[in-house]
Design a protein around this ligand. Structure first.
Ligand code: FMN
Length: 224
């Protein structure tokens, strides 16, 4: 299998700052994973996007009009409106591994990452729609991708049976959306307790760094 990686970071914080207390945790875990990959395995293609710092535009009515206009009927202006979406979709299509790192903001993903998904999940590009399919008319057009989700949160207990499971809208949302990116296998790496700053945070972070290395080792056989 070719290792073509699309790496999306979503924190608005930089990985490295003058004050290390401000360093993005999710970006640093993602960077550990990519470095570990580079040490162990070839990377045939690597695309990086920091949507936290350079967010894609929000979709708007012109975007929707353009999307629902048949390809051969689109005006020049409509093609322009869709050019970023086309580019972002091409990046997903050409990759077989998606690494998405994200902070939890207000119990979900940053608006910047949602803007990225909104540009990508597009009718007749990444999914098609057919009422003949009954209650689930949407079907993805992409397939066979692996997704590695890396998240950081200030609180904790968002996992199944965790004390904040009913407030958990970050990983579950990404999981749901990933279907329309053609994802068939998901690995999750999570760091919690950032706001507590105690030994639980240190442990959680160390576990996340270790898990990043483990995920690479697990995938190694398929990509060597
Ligand atoms: C605007 C904002 C909203 C946040 N909302 C939550 C939240 O709802 N739940 C939570 O557990 N942590 C929340 N946090 C804490 C972050 O998830 C935590 O600081 C995380 O480490 C940020 O990711 P980063 O280190 O990659 O920047 C929030 C932080 C910010 C800046």
């Amino acid at each position: 299998m070719m290792s073509k990686i699309l790496h999306i970071d979503a924190s608005v914080r930089a990985a490295i700052n003058a004050n290390p207390n401000h360093n993005s945790i999710s970006k640093n875990i993602a960077s550990r994973l990519i470095n570990s990959w580079k040490q162990q395995l070839p990377i045939h293609e690597y695309i990086y996007r920091d949507v936290g710092m350079n967010p894609p535009p929000f979709i708007n009515q012109d975007w929707i009009d353009a999307v629902f206009t048949p390809d051969n009927k689109r005006t020049e202006a409509q093609r322009d409106v869709l050019s970023i979406s086309d580019q972002l979709i091409a990046e997903v299509s050409s990759s077989d591994i998606l690494v998405i790192s994200s902070p939890m903001y207000n119990y979900g993903m940053p608006a910047q990452l949602k803007a990225w998904f909104d540009q990508i999940i597009r009718i007749n590009k990444t999914f098609d729609f057919d009422l003949a399919r009954g209650d689930f008319p949407l079907q993805p057009l992409l397939a066979a991708k692996i997704l590695i989700i890396i998240t950081s949160s200030g609180e904790f207990g968002f996992e199944k049976d965790g004390i904040r499971h009913d407030m958990s809208h970050l990983v579950p949302h990404i999981r749901t959306l990933s279907k329309y990116l053609g994802v068939e296998k998901i690995y999750e790496i999570t760091s919690e307790y950032q706001e507590f700053g105690d030994h639980r945070h240190i442990e959680s972070l160390e576990n996340a760094f270790q898990k990043a290395e483990e995920v690479v080792s697990k995938l190694a056989d398929s990509f060597r």
